[in-house]
Design a protein around this ligand. Structure first.
Ligand code: PGA
Length: 257
């Protein structure tokens, strides 16, 4: 990370884990370990735990995010949650375009683009996820895939909105598999993402953009990954469910090497 220009962000993605009671325990244990850190800390909890999480983290250093939202503000979309609803609750962040949403819920870049626009118009900050599959990496088309995802996902999004967007590079083959990208592999793609922002927008926006790495980041590999120049933190799944591991990752981002 280059923390003279960018403040690192560590975000936990709990996925479909933790009841309200479990969430409460985890958050209460996490709060004292997150005080006065040199990085921003977000936890993206299931919809059912959002309200409790927001109440518990008032006046703390933890910010709360959701893991998805619909692109419409209301309507006949049974089972969906709108960005307006999230904003009303006091949610600050929302993950958009996670590979599990793309893979299991058929989310396309066009849908991702609509969701980002809608989230931003509701004053939510978004964590946009991009990343290639193993097959795409082996075919040597990672950059092509990631460029297309960014180009389509950010289509017609004004430059000033980028202040409310974080990009998470999450190679699909590294998510939940225990296979982490090497720090060089991860940094190369994060650097490519930054150069894409330069191409689509400007150098100023590229320099300011927070680009996280996600995919089996844990207490052992976090500090090496985060010390890379273009990696500004992490989006952490499995290891964010364990307070001690998540706290080590937060400390790794908070004390630059
Ligand atoms: P993981 O998940 O850390 O469990 O690999 C990361 C993510 O899916 O955001």
């Amino acid at each position: 990370m280059n923390n003279t220009i960018r403040k690192p962000i560590i975000a936990g993605n709990w996925k479909m884990n933790n009841t309200i009671k479990d969430s409460e325990t985890l958050i209460n244990n996490l709060i004292p370990l997150t005080k006065n850190k040199n990085c921003d800390i977000i936890i993206c909890v299931p919809f059912t735990s959002l309200e409790r999480a927001i109440n518990l983290t008032k006046d703390t250093d933890i910010k709360i995010g959701a893991q998805n939202c619909h692109f419409e503000n209301s309507g006949a979309f049974t089972g969906e949650i709108s960005p307006t609803m999230l904003a009303e609750m006091g949610v600050e962040y929302v993950i958009i375009g996670h590979s599990e949403r793309r893979q299991y819920f058929a989310e396309t870049d066009t849908i991702v683009n609509k969701k980002i626009k809608s989230a931003i118009s509701n004053n939510l900050k978004t964590i946009l996820c991009v990343g290639e599959s193993l097959e795409e990496r082996e075919k040597n088309i990672t950059e092509k895939v990631v460029f297309k995802q960014l180009e389509l996902s950010l289509s017609n999004i004004e430059e000033k909105c980028l202040n409310n967007i974080i990009i998470a590079y999450e190679p699909i083959w590294a998510i939940g598999t225990g296979k982490t990208a090497t720090s060089t592999q991860a940094n190369d793609v994060c650097k490519f993402i930054r150069s894409t922002i330069l191409k689509l927008y400007s150098k100023e926006s590229a320099d300011k953009m927070i680009i996280q790495y996600g995919g089996s980041m844990n207490s052992t590999n976090a500090s090496e990954l985060i010390s890379e120049k273009d990696i500004d933190g992490g989006l952490i799944g499995g290891a964010s469910l364990k307070v001690s591991d998540f706290s080590i990752i937060i400390n790794a981002a908070s004390t630059p090497m």
